[in-house]
Design a protein around this ligand. Structure first.
Ligand SMILES: [Zn+2]
Length: 347
């Protein structure tokens, strides 16, 4: 694709969205009418391993780069949306215990939102990456009706992220930890086999959603059990981490063991959505992560299994939507930009 054709120039004031990841930043521009000015991934190295100073400079580079690409004068930028992996406070202070992506001690308790705001001289609005993706899914799906609707998103990756959106805005919580859906404990009846050990999560909980519905859950909990039941399986000789990553490819080819593992994941997400149905009764249930990139027949089967495992009342079934989160790679930067736009509009 000719990248120049997928870039527009702004006709109004804009906000910039910056998605900070372990290796790359991804940037986008959203104008006041709700149009994204870039249709593709625009990345630069995030340099988070070099510590906060380098990482904030890398974010400033991403900001400058995306303005140049879209020929947007800096004076048109009203606000910047930033998202990073958590755990962090609602205002973008990285956990005092650090985090997977922010391992160096200089990151512990670092105010990445405040630092970027000082560096750019513009208001910076912060969300964690799960909340940003949830916000983007919500706005992409509901469009102009976003503010009148609610949703819950589950994003399956290394862990299980997501977010809860009510009246078009992310529920953040008192400490910024709302929407940590991976650590909601679920009933395991109907998810696990009778002789299957109760799965454990890195957070210390047993039987939460992430302990089943994540790459880590496959590696630590599900695959060791299922490989013992399928000792002749091709993946039995592989290191467990590599086997876990390879599993989706097998599921796409209808491999029975792989489908058994992913059926357990889908059922776990269905249990989570059943809790959501009784908690906030959302209008839409979104599913995102690696599964969205899988072969269409497999991802549709996965979504259907989630839907069938979500126990809704008839009144809820009549109004609820189940859908995949679109544009997986851009969901973070786009959701961050939507959050910034909402802040400017609300004032
Ligand atoms: Zn957990």
């Amino acid at each position: 694709m000719d990248q120049a054709e997928s870039v527009r120039t702004p006709s109004s004031w804009v906000v910039v969205g910056l998605d900070n990841g372990g290796t790359s930043n991804n940037a986008t521009v959203l104008d006041a009418t709700g149009q994204f000015l870039v249709d593709h991934l625009v990345e630069n190295p995030s340099r988070v391993l070099d510590g906060p100073e380098s990482a904030v400079e890398a974010l400033a580079d991403a900001f400058t780069g995306i303005l140049e690409l879209t020929r947007t004068p800096r004076s048109l930028v009203r606000a910047v949306g930033l998202d990073t992996p958590g755990p962090a406070s609602a205002n973008g202070v990285i956990s005092s215990k650090g985090a997977t992506n922010f391992n160096h001690v200089s990151w512990h308790g670092f105010d990445i939102r405040g630092a970027l705001e000082a560096r750019l001289g513009l208001p910076v609005v912060y969300n964690n990456d799960g909340n940003a993706a949830a916000l983007y899914a919500h706005h992409q799906h509901f469009g102009a009706a976003a503010a009148a609707n609610s949703s819950v998103s589950a994003i399956v990756g290394t862990g299980l992220g997501g977010g809860v959106v009510e009246a078009g805005a992310v529920i953040r919580g008192a400490a910024g930890m709302a929407g940590e859906l991976g650590h909601v404990q679920i009933p395991l009846h109907g998810v696990l086999e009778n002789d299957q050990p109760v799965p454990r999560c890195n957070c210390g909980f047993e039987g939460d959603v992430e302990s089943v519905a994540s790459l880590t859950g496959i590696k630590n909990n599900l695959l060791p059990y299922w490989l013992a039941r399928f000792p002749e399986h091709q993946l039995a000789g592989e290191p467990i981490g590599a086997a876990a990553k390879a599993l989706r490819g097998y599921a796409e080819k209808d491999d029975p063991m792989a489908l058994a593992v992913f059926a357990q994941q889908a059922k776990a997400i269905g249990k989570l959505f059943t809790i959501a149905a009784n908690f906030t009764d959302p209008a839409a249930y979104f599913l995102g992560g690696g599964v969205v990139e899988a072969a269409p027949h497999f991802r549709q089967w996965f979504l259907n299994t989630v839907r069938e495992s979500t126990d809704l009342r008839d009144e809820q079934k009549a109004v609820a939507t189940f859908a995949l989160v679109p544009d997986r790679d851009m969901a973070g930067s786009r959701g961050a930009a939507v959050a910034a736009l909402n802040t400017v509009i609300v004032g």
